[in-house]
Write a protein that binds this ligand. Structure first.
Ligand SMILES: NC(=O)c1ccc[n+]([C@@H]2O[C@H](COP(=O)([O-])OP(=O)(O)OC[C@H]3O[C@@H](n4cnc5c(N)ncnc54)[C@H](OP(=O)(O)O)[C@@H]3O)[C@@H](O)[C@H]2O)c1
Length: 325
């Protein structure tokens, strides 16, 4: 089969089209003919050599796909060969065929293309498990999203708005503030020209937000605490701004704050399968009703995956970049 491999750690150009043996589905797995695959920031980290695949996982990059089930244990989860699905995978998505645990497959929501569906799994699994499960964002509460224009950010904004929450988000330009306004964000903050702590305090009459989805960390940790409401939760999903930050422990104990985080990729199939069930129940109806939609910034043919990475590293995208078969 055709695939794109990381020939060596390095710049986008190390992503090379190659021929690889077609993988075989094992017990509880299906083989999917890939129509489209999402590109994610972790793929960039893997390409640079800093984010190796978990043991036993394909060395090919690619964490999410959409396509057709061609063989395997489809019936185990109510699917059949020939069904069109999207799937979360721990690697191997940049290829003509990819194996996925059946529990991590979801039907392509009615009305969505394979390209749109390929951009769903990584961000929707991540946002659901971190904002709603771990962060416990509940009805009537408010959410602050850092990186609001990212794949994760555009998903978090739309999902929390559809669930009836108030949502604030930080982005790096006025153009991006306008883009996330179209997604329904209550307040977009350009962190280059505005202080997000002050903006959030003002918008909440000094109370602060209930949950913060943070992909920056570093010196944001201290500032997040300053604009978090009593009993608030910070969920760290990436450390784009650095791994070390300052914590005012007095605030944590006096105001009952929670600082937590997680990474999705190494979690077991059963854990991801439980998230898939919740997405199917709570989120797929919203997608099928058109209340939320995947934001696709650009598509590239699979063999030009290096161009997709170069675009992601330039950092101007709003939403998802997708590779097509
Ligand atoms: N924990 C998990 O399970 C999990 C799962 C998936 C993804 N992630 C992480 O979530 C993050 C978003 O993923 P994505 O695929 O949606 O990526 P993406 O679309 O490339 O978005 C990253 C965004 O972060 C913002 N940003 C803020 N500070 C930054 C900094 N210091 N360096 C670089 N970017 C900065 C940038 O937007 P502005 O310039 O507008 O701020 C950028 O658009 C990634 O770091 C990824 O590794 C975590």
């Amino acid at each position: 089969m055709k695939a794109v491999e990381i020939s060596q750690p390095g710049a986008p150009e190390v992503l090379k089209p190659v021929e690889r043996p077609t993988p075989e589905a094992g017990p509880g797995e299906v083989l999917i003919k890939v129509a489209a695959a999402g590109v994610n920031r972790p793929d960039v980290f893997q390409r640079k050599g800093g984010y190796p695949p978990p043991p036993g996982v394909s060395d090919l990059p690619g964490l999410e796909i959409a396509g057709e089930i061609v063989s395997g244990d489809a019936e185990a989860a109510g699917f059949k060969v020939g069904d069109k699905v999207c799937a979360l995978v721990a690697g191997g998505g940049y290829a003509e065929y990819c194996v996925a645990p059946i529990e991590q497959c979801l039907p392509i929501p009615k009305g969505l293309s394979e390209i749109e569906a390929a951009g769903l799994p990584e961000t929707y699994f991540t946002v659901w498990s971190n904002v709603f499960d771990r962060g416990q964002l509940s009805a009537g509460e408010s959410l602050l999203v850092h990186g609001g224009a990212s794949g994760i950010g555009t998903t978090a904004i739309q999902l929390a708005k559809a669930m009836g929450n108030t949502v604030y988000a930080t982005v790096g330009s006025d153009e991006r503030v306008n883009a996330i306004r179209e997604l329904g964000v209550d307040l977009g903050i350009n962190y280059r020209s505005q202080d997000f702590v002050e903006e959030v305090k003002q918008a909440t009459n000094g109370r602060g937000v209930d949950v913060i989805l943070d992909m920056v960390a570093g010196d944001y940790v201290k500032r997040n605490i300053q604009c978090l409401a009593d009993d608030g939760r910070i969920v760290i999903i990436a450390v784009l701004g650095g791994i070390k930050g300052e914590i005012d422990s007095g605030q944590v104990l006096r105001r009952r704050l929670t600082i937590t985080g997680s990474t999705l990729r190494p979690r077991p199939v059963a854990f991801k399968g439980e998230i898939a069930k919740k997405l199917r129940q709570h989120v797929w109806p919203l997608l099928e009703a058109g209340k939320i939609r995947p934001i696709i910034h650009a598509t590239f043919p699979l063999h030009e995956a290096w161009k997709a990475h170069a675009m992601m590293e330039a950092g101007d995208q709003i939403g998802k970049i997708i590779l097509t078969a």
